[in-house]
Design a protein around this ligand. Structure first.
Ligand SMILES: *Cc1c(COP(=O)(O)O)cnc(C)c1O
Length: 431
């Protein structure tokens, strides 16, 4: 369920007509519905209300501070994968004791920062990382709480780029190896074993891969028990999928029920790291038609948002539903919806059936709230676009559109390439 619906023939976000936002601030922009976000979080979190648990929103799905603040207000924690994400989560007011830090390549300064902040735990992905965390914690006279992120070797049956729990993936430590590492961790002076972590992939639309992973983790837990290692936190990661097209993912309640059944009798606090399922369908990308043209009988609709703004179609061949902001009774065409980037891979949709569109009309790319803005870039020197939050009958800009100055911020000329300010003006390059 989401709050982007037509009233008569005009698309609204909550009570705000989307065309009015587009006219006020220009295009393209990301638009989120606060109500949808809150509703998704509550539905997900309350599905686990009968057991001790912690919902840690996956910051990489959408890192906007206002969105993280909404999560904080709802009592949510955060799953972070870098020092930068940790900074954002803390800045947004998420309490450090609800933050878990995952990632195969944590650097020393990032580890130090997380120890300083006193986060809940590190999900450790290699023996060398475990040793480094122990050393840094020792230097800081602290004890680092850790889980080992295990790789359960499960096929999540999703796109290969977002499968993470297979033997050939770079993530985690395989289970036989993990037993040895836990034994070693037990002896490290500045390490406190707090849990086990696993995250098998993203956009998973069945419950069974999660259950298979959980079964393997349970076997490991039993083995650790024999070694007198008690696991307080069981972190099952994120990955629950959403409907982009025809997928029928399990409802969070069904997902929760299946997991909780499998967990019966275990004395653990469950940690979940949902990203996409919270924010994916709570956001859209609004873009404007610039031109339409026909090449060799193929229709192209050229819009002002490109793969640098939303890379999912180009990167994974992902399907994103596209709707006109104002629906009209016109004939439908089959067209490629493409951006302005100088790459043939720059498209939002291929061979898509859509109402005939004209220049200046607005279209909405649905299901763009997760891995949309957060994966955007400045490729082709395009300023990153604005983000807007709709809340009942109001909207606020939660991230300004970048300007040209933002594009060159931090760039420096070596001395021998410097031109005096006067020189630049004289050449007509000044602004
Ligand atoms: C990406 C990621 C998530 C979130 O995945 P979703 O599919 O968006 O729910 C959770 N945990 C870890 C470790 C991740 O890397």
């Amino acid at each position: 369920m989401h709050d982007f619906v037509y009233k008569k023939n005009e698309l609204y976000s909550e009570q705000v007509p989307i065309a009015s936002i587009a006219r006020a601030i220009g295009t393209p922009f990301y638009l989120y519905s606060r109500h949808t976000l809150e509703n998704h979080y509550r539905v997900f979190d309350s599905a686990f209300s009968s057991i001790p648990h912690l919902t840690c929103f996956s910051v990489k799905a959408n890192f906007n501070l206002a969105i993280l603040r909404i999560m904080a207000h709802l009592g949510g924690g955060a799953d972070v994968v870098s020092g930068g994400e940790l900074y954002r989560a803390l800045y947004a007011g998420i309490s450090p004791n609800k933050i878990v830090y995952t990632g195969v390549g944590k650097k020393g300064d990032e580890i130090e920062y997380a120890l300083e902040a006193n986060i809940l735990m590190f999900n450790v992905e290699s023996p060398e990382e475990l040793s480094l965390i122990n050393r840094i914690a020792g230097r800081m006279k602290k004890k680092a709480r850790i889980a080992l992120r295990v790789n359960p070797d499960i096929n999540p049956r999703t796109h290969p780029y977002i499968a993470t729990g297979l033997r050939e993936n770079k993530f985690g430590i395989n289970i036989p190896h993990a037993v040895k590492e836990y034994a070693r961790a037990q002896k490290l002076k500045n390490i406190e074993i707090a849990g086990i972590g696993c995250h098998i992939g993203s956009q998973i639309v069945e419950v069974s891969p999660f259950l298979e992973a959980l079964k393997r983790v349970k076997i490991l837990m039993a083995e650790l028990n024999k070694m007198k290692i008690t696991i307080q936190y069981l972190d099952l990661g994120g990955g629950l999928g959403i409907t982009y097209d025809q997928e029928e993912p399990p409802h969070p309640r069904d997902y929760a029920e299946s997991l909780m059944k499998e967990l019966k009798g275990l004395q653990v606090t469950l940690i979940l790291e949902p990203g996409r399922v919270i924010v994916g369908n709570a956001g859209i990308l609004v873009t404007q038609v610039l031109y339409t043209k026909k090449n060799n009988r193929k229709n192209f609709v050229i819009v002002d948002a490109g793969m640098n703004d939303l890379i999912r179609p180009s990167l994974y061949g992902a399907y994103q539903k596209i709707q006109p902001v104002i629906r009209a009774k016109r004939k439908t065409i089959i067209a490629d919806i493409v951006g302005p980037i100088c790459e043939s891979g720059d498209f939002l949709a291929k061979d898509r059936k859509i109402q005939m569109l004209k220049a200046h009309e607005f279209i909405a790319v649905m299901g763009a709230g997760a891995y949309g803005f957060s994966m955007s870039s400045n490729y082709n020197s395009r300023p990153r676009i604005a983000e807007v939050l709709a809340d009942k009958n109001r909207f606020s800009i939660i991230r300004e559109r970048e300007c040209y100055d933002d594009l060159i911020r931090g760039e420096r000329m070596p001395d021998d390439l410097k031109i005096s300010e006067f020189g630049i003006r004289k050449q007509g390059l000044g602004i």
